[in-house]
Design a protein around this ligand. Structure first.
Ligand SMILES: [Zn+2]
Ligand SMILES: [Zn+2]
Length: 145
């Protein structure tokens, strides 16, 4: 993620870019989908005294600003990413790899279904579960791991 965009986003929302927030955004900077524990490990390399509670609070603030999105599927631990755009996911059932994908038309379908039931302020996300290319090539595995 472009740090200039991040700074602009934080200025717009009048939130200060605190050390913790900057460190969390840097941890997420390579575009991965990380658990709070993994983010904690990375942030501790910069700020050794940071606690998991601080990481969760920081992630909540960054989500409220719209700089961080959370992904969770089927009761698995939440994974966070620094992404500003609406997107959907391909999830590998074997190695848990998570890939961002665009899915044109999903928003329209979601809006139609919601409107038919009188829902407003909707959110939606498409998750396609399967085996990724590299797991699919390995013989003798049926995706259960
Ligand atoms: Zn895989
Ligand atoms: Zn994602």
């Amino acid at each position: 993620m472009d740090l200039k965009t991040v700074d602009a986003g934080l200025l717009q929302s009048r939130y200060r870019l605190t050390k913790q927030r900057a460190a969390v955004l840097r941890a997420l900077g390579d575009g991965g989908h990380l658990s709070a524990e993994t983010i904690l490990e990375k942030v501790r390399a910069e700020l050794p005294t940071v606690s998991l509670g601080t990481i969760y609070r920081t992630l909540d603030i960054l989500r409220a600003i719209g700089l961080v999105q959370v992904f969770s599927f089927g009761g698995s631990a939440a994974r966070y990413e620094a992404s500003l755009d609406k997107h959907h996911h391909l999830l590998c059932s074997t190695c848990r790899a998570l890939e961002n994908v665009q899915a044109d038309g999903v928003g329209e379908i979601a809006a139609q279904i919601a409107a038919a039931k009188g829902f407003s302020d909707i959110d939606y996300g498409l998750t396609i579960v399967g085996r990724c290319e590299s797991c699919g090539r390995k013989p003798g595995k049926n995706g259960a791991s």
